[in-house]
Design a binder for this molecule. Structure first.
Ligand SMILES: C[S@@+](CC[C@H](N)C(=O)[O-])C[C@H]1O[C@@H](n2cnc3c(N)ncnc32)[C@H](O)[C@@H]1O
Length: 504
């Protein structure tokens, strides 16, 4: 890229609403093919606020929230109802495995080695060490077992952000602890779906996205590069300008703010913090350091749903709130209290993905269940610095805070709370964790099947993070579990406060 070319592009970008790349030749000391000009300018288009399409026409891209029309949201929701890896990603992953382990990777000794590694990885997660006949075996096990679910589940959070206007047509995204590129690939695929939906609905939306990533393991960086470049090669450029920057090859725990990519709109820690062998409060310091160079980033933290990791996430969340972050979702601080984050086990369950062919192949043994991983179940928090939240509702007056339940045991009361679990009960009794941010003592709404009626069904439909008013519920203390149950009977009225979720 010559300085002459760059300054001309800057001039045209600032002085014209639209221009063709071929026009640049009028002002340059040598002539370029349009394709050549596009290739040279591509890495700079994001900073120039320019979108250049397949036809080599460039337009000014003014940063704005991506439109979230009802028709678009409905279509995306419908697509996410049958979650699966897109065929091209599935093919890319399988080719990667074949290149590393040979065409017969799913047979005989090789398959057994991979299966053993999957089991070992489940037990020790990424700490599985030692020499292997296949140097990439750890990443291959990860791709086979963890990648598909993590890829699919992230798109639900993107949908949530889109719905609230927190995704933009110009976005810099930082994938922290990127592994093989799960989050980057999932985002690109989400944008593909979104652009298809815009186009179907007659909306001309163009976007420029720049990805950065931080990763400590070279083998993961190599895999990320292979998979993302492979996916982008066949990705119809259409209305999306996508740039993937070189990784910052480092440990996030050692990184100084100066080295973290700045000006980021979206920072994602997907299944990374749990791997750091430091106390949750120190993990919050890491998040803060990485996010510090950006003005008002949306920070997404995803962690496994198990008791320890899930609880640790809420402690990290609380530590970040003390540093000035605000919660976008899933928690709503209904009484403006802000909880302490301790003793909170809460996760989102989204059902099963359709298993990709490669997972079925490695699982086709007597112990199918050991190698199948299709259940989307995870703990997450989305943080901001500007107070923007998924639900802005605040309670007034006539409800009791959950912190005061102990004074009302065996009495009927009114509360307003967020539903913070899926159904933890069975066919006979539905049980949902509820929270209003005022207490760390667990509270559950309990609805026996024979009491379900139109007046209280909203409990079942509220969805994770949804807010409900419960009028006339009976308070019961569960001394054994040190918790409170709110019994919902046919005389209890449950009213939704928040609109039904796009996923539940
Ligand atoms: C479980 S994988 C998650 C990968 C990807 N984010 C996903 O959701 O599938 C964790 C990744 O974080 C990386 N990682 C763990 N600790 C790290 C650290 N301190 N600094 C940078 N990367 C780290 C690991 O090398 C691995 O690639």
């Amino acid at each position: 890229m010559t300085p002459e070319l760059l300054s001309l592009a800057k001039y045209l970008a600032s002085s014209r609403a639209e221009f063709a790349l071929s026009e640049m030749n009028q002002y340059l000391s040598r002539k370029y093919e349009e394709k050549e000009l596009y290739g040279l300018l591509k890495p700079h288009l994001y900073d120039l606020d320019l979108f250049c399409g397949r036809d080599f026409k460039c337009t000014k891209l003014i940063k704005r929230a991506l439109p979230a029309d009802d028709a678009v949201l409905r279509e995306l929701k419908k697509e996410l109802k049958t979650p699966k890896l897109p065929a091209r990603i599935e093919k890319l992953v399988e080719s990667y495995i074949e290149r590393a382990c040979g065409k017969d990777w799913d047979k005989g000794e090789t398959a057994q080695l991979i299966r053993d590694n999957i089991v070992k990885q489940k037990e020790e997660y990424w700490t599985a060490g030692g020499e292997s006949q296949y140097p990439k075996i750890r990443i291959i096990s990860y791709l086979l077992y963890h990648f598909p679910v993590y890829f699919c589940q992230y798109q639900y959070l993107l949908l949530e952000l889109l719905e609230k206007g927190a995704l933009f047509n110009k976005m810099r995204i930082l994938d922290v602890g990127s592994g093989p590129g799960t989050i980057t690939l999932s985002t690109i695929d989400f944008m593909r779906k979104l652009l298809e939906s815009y186009s179907k609905n007659g909306m001309d939306v163009k976007l420029n996205i720049r990805f950065d990533s931080i990763e400590q393991a070279q083998e993961n960086i190599d895999c990320y590069k292979e998979l993302t470049s492979g996916y982008l090669l066949g990705f119809p450029p259409g209305n999306a300008g996508i740039i993937i920057n070189e990784h910052v090859h480092a440990s996030v725990s050692a990184i100084e703010p100066a080295k973290a990519p700045g000006d980021t709109n979206l920072v994602i820690f997907s299944n990374v913090l749990a791997e750091m062998r430091i106390a949750p409060a120190r993990r919050a310091d890491v998040v803060e350091r990485i996010a510090t160079p950006s003005k008002n980033p949306t920070v997404v933290i995803i962690e496994p749903a198990d008791l320890d990791n899930s609880k640790a996430l809420r402690v990290i969340q609380h530590a970040l709130m003390k540093k000035g972050y605000t919660v976008f979702s899933p928690c709503t601080f209904i009484w403006d209290t802000g909880c302490r984050g301790d003793n909170c086990w809460s996760f989102l369950e989204l059902g099963n993905i359709q298993a990709p062919g490669f997972m079925e192949k490695i699982a086709s043994t007597g112990e199918f269940y050991r190698y199948m991983n299709t259940d989307m179940k995870f703990s997450y928090v989305i943080l901001r610095k500007d107070g923007v939240a998924k639900h802005s509702y605040r309670a007034k007056g006539k409800f009791l805070m959950l912190a005061n339940l102990h004074k009302h045991v065996e009495k009927r009361i009114n509360v307003v709370a967020s539903v913070m679990s899926g159904n933890l009960g069975d066919e006979k009794t539905s049980v949902f964790k509820v929270c209003d941010g005022t207490t760390s003592i667990p509270c559950y709404a309990v609805l026996p099947a024979y009491h379900i009626n139109d007046g209280n069904r909203a409990l079942l439909d509220a969805g994770y993070g949804g807010i409900i008013m419960i009028s006339g519920t009976l308070v019961r203390e569960n001394k054994e579990l040190s918790s409170y149950n709110l019994l919902i009977t046919r005389n209890t009225l449950v009213t939704p406060v928040s609109p039904p979720p796009y996923f539940s």
